[in-house]
Structure formats: structure tokens, C-alpha cells
Design a protein around this ligand. Structure first.
Ligand code: MN
Length: 235
């Protein structure tokens, strides 16, 4: 039993349950229900170096955002509270359609439902303070409206696809998905040893070099060849 005593069963709820967060699906009307959002840290060697780390030295590590941090592409958001250094991080998002626990890299492919372009918005100043104090990253990464995600495209993606991020039309990040240190199957295999994956889970797979600020009034667009863009404007 997945949730043991934590499901409602026949009992009522003391107030209405929150709505299911969902994302648009490219080419069809039905939407993808979001369960959890897992994010990979430092998955491109040049970004690991720009953040002061040795890309060869570490296995993948994970942090999370709540599902209701999701922002649909095309949204306008207020500049987040508690930061003066909001950063963009262009990322491939993997959408999980089938659950799995302790899966091998070979088995991991079968868990994937589709892919999307995403932007792991980050309060870089809070992250730097958390790192310095050896504290958790939650408030630097998992704040409201911190996960900008485009429509999900079902099926596989070509690892030679290029991922790009631009701010007000100026290119800030550009890399190939094949530049990832840990491949998507490897990420899913590692993650599934830590938690059981379930349909609706999203995995943001890390960002290449070139992260930087988004100022008030600017628009930020993440594109990945073959996928819908993920755009947000900050006011
Ligand atoms: Mn990231």
C-alpha cells in the first residue's frame, strides 16, 4: 500500500483539497498532472566550474520544488520576494509517466512519458548564503513560481538537441543536451534509489554555463530543439 494510512479513503476533508497542478501537453487537449518536482544540481561540467566545483568529483545530487511552484510558459510573474538576484537556469524537464523504484539505466527509459523546456528560477543570493551557512537550499530554489515549464511533448528527445536561454533576446546559455555529465537514464536510476518515482513526477536535469540575472521588466525564454519554449516575463 503506497500511502499506508495517509490517504483519505471514505472520510471527508476538513476543507477542499487544493487543485491538481497540471501542464499543457503539446498536440493534445488533456493535461499532464504534476506530482513532484525533482531537480539535479551541477549536471553540466562548465556550469559546475562556473559555480566553483570539480565536475568529475561528484555523483548527481538532488533538490526539490513543490508542485505548485509550476508556472506555465507565457506567464507574467512578479519579481520574487526576499531576493535581489533572481537567476535563470535553462533545463530539460523529464516528465515521468510510469513509476519505478531502484531501476537500472536500461529500465529507466520506460518511465519517461515526455519532455519539456524549463527554467529553474533561483534566488542566487539566498542560495549563496545557504551554501555559506551549510543550510538547505529550499528557499533559494523552491519558492512560489520558481519552476517555469513549457508544454510537455510526449515521446523521446534527441540528445544532440541544443538548449538555449535568452533574456530580452540576448543569448545567455547555449549547450547540447549531450553535454550533460549524467544522462537522463543515469539520473533516473540514481534518483529511483533515493525515492520511488511515480507518474506525474518531473525531473529538471540541470543547467549549462551562463546562468545570470533576470531584472524587473525582462523576459526570459528557454528553448530546446523539438520542444515548445518556456517563456516568462518578470514585472
Ligand atoms: Mn538548476
Amino acid at each position: 500500500m503506497l500511502h499506508d494510512g495517509a490517504v483519505t479513503g471514505m472520510a471527508g476533508l476538513v476543507f477542499a483539497a487544493p487543485p491538481t497542478i497540471s501542464l499543457a501537453v503539446a498536440g493534445q487537449e488533456e493535461r499532464f498532472p504534476v506530482r513532484r518536482i525533482f531537480c539535479v544540481g551541477r549536471n553540466y561540467a562548465d556550469h559546475a566550474r562556473e559555480m566553483g566545483h570539480d565536475p568529475e568529483a561528484e555523483p548527481p545530487f538532488f533538490f526539490t520544488k513543490p508542485a505548485d511552484a509550476v508556472v506555465a510558459s507565457g506567464s507574467v510573474i512578479a519579481y520574487p520576494s526576499a531576493t535581489a538576484d533572481l537567476h535563470h537556469e535553462a533545463e530539460l524537464v523529464v516528465a515521468i509517466g510510469r513509476g519505478g523504484f531502484m531501476v537500472s539505466e536500461r529500465e529507466a527509459e520506460a518511465l519517461i512519458w515526455g519532455h519539456a523546456a524549463g527554467n529553474d528560477l533561483t534566488r542566487r543570493d539566498l542560495q549563496a548564503a545557504a551554501k555559506a551557512a551549510r543550510r538547505p537550499w529550499d528557499m533559494a530554489k523552491g519558492f512560489d513560481r520558481s519552476a517555469v515549464i513549457g508544454a510537455i511533448r510526449p515521446g523521446p528527445i534527441d540528445s544532440s538537441a541544443v538548449i538555449r536561454c535568452s533574456v530580452n533576446g540576448t543569448m545567455r546559455q547555449e549547450a547540447r543536451l549531450s553535454d550533460m555529465i549524467w544522462s537522463v537514464p543515469s539520473i533516473l536510476a540514481h534518483l529511483s534509489r533515493l525515492v520511488a518515482l511515480h507518474p506525474g513526477d518531473l525531473v529538471m536535469t540541470g543547467t549549462p554555463a551562463g546562468v545570470g540575472p533576470i531584472a524587473q521588466g525582462q523576459s526570459c525564454t528557454v528553448t530546446i530543439d523539438g520542444l515548445e519554449p518556456a517563456t516568462v516575463r518578470v514585472t
